[in-house]
Design a protein around this ligand. Structure first.
Ligand SMILES: [Zn+2]
Length: 287
């Protein structure tokens, strides 16, 4: 009986590890951002914000008209903050968003001065360990710190941002004086959409909660027609402090979502494109 249980555990572990969409190297992903910047100099800019623990350059792409407007709303899209949860979605979004920059809805978003900050790989060291099948930290960074527990816990008065990857990102957004209105952090593979609430001290205003639920329903309709949504602790069934979406909600009162994809999420890219059209034109554009 015991060995059968062990077999099941091994089988489940193998299944979990088989989550392997096509993964370019971190260097290739960075080169793609450089090409996007070269091809769209009027709206795309590759920004660097320091180095990871292992010395990988930390990179984001800003999509916005220049000069930047102080009053503009900013959108932050984060991929692979857990290095082994890469889905080949966020790294394709930059190219797609720039390819539709002349469509009326995107044109309107840019004309209003709004900005998008896209971080395809927030944890490059973990991502490279996962991609190269190394038995080194894959979910965590090279210091074995879970970056999605390393954001300041505002309601507890606990400063964190102890790692170059998290501290660098927040310093970049501060330098840019980005006023965050919407953030989406992509994870894999629990199949859910969570809004802030990793611990019991985070109090969401009821109207904010309802707005998150309303947007989550629409996203699930666009993405895969199922709804498993709730605050973060009820979705994952445990509590945690220092989660990015809690930080961005408490600091900016931003609409903050943690998207948990499914195993073959990369096939759903066209749905993600539709989801971003809805988010940028309706959720950000019309408010
Ligand atoms: Zn995750």
């Amino acid at each position: 009986m015991r060995s059968r249980t062990l077999l099941w555990i091994v089988a489940l572990w193998l299944t979990a590890c088989s989550h392997a969409p096509p993964a370019p190297s971190y260097r290739e992903i960075q080169d793609t951002l450089t090409v996007l910047e070269q091809n769209h100099p009027e709206i795309a800019e590759r920004l660097t914000y320091g180095n990871s623990v292992n010395g990988n350059e930390l990179t984001a792409l800003r999509i916005a008209r220049k000069p930047l407007r102080a009053s503009a709303k900013s959108v932050l899209i984060i991929g692979a903050i857990h290095g082994d949860e890469y889905m080949n979605i966020v790294d394709r979004l930059g190219g797609w968003l720039l390819s539709v920059s002349d469509e009326p809805w995107m044109h309107g978003f840019l004309d209003a001065g709004h900005r998008i900050y896209l971080v395809p790989i927030a944890n490059p060291d973990g991502f490279e360990n996962w991609r190269n099948r190394r038995l080194k930290p894959r979910r965590n960074n090279a210091n074995r710190v879970d970056l999605n527990r390393d954001f300041d816990v505002i309601s507890y008065g606990e400063p964190r941002l102890t790692q170059p990857e998290t501290r660098g990102l927040i310093e970049l957004l501060d330098r840019e004086t980005a006023s965050l209105h919407l953030i989406m952090s992509y994870h894999c593979c629990a199949g859910a959409l969570a809004y802030p609430g990793g611990h019991y001290k985070l109090n969401m205003a009821e109207e904010d909660k309802q707005r998150h639920i309303e947007i989550a329903r629409e996203l699930h309709r666009i993405l895969w027609g199922d709804i498993k949504t709730g605050d973060w602790k009820s979705v994952v069934d445990y509590t945690g402090k220092g989660v990015a979406i809690d930080y961005f909600y408490e600091r900016y009162r931003a609409l903050s979502f943690l998207y948990e994809g499914i195993f073959d999420e990369q096939r759903l890219f066209p749905h993600h494109a539709k989801a971003w059209q809805y988010l940028l034109s309706r959720v950000v554009g019309e408010q």
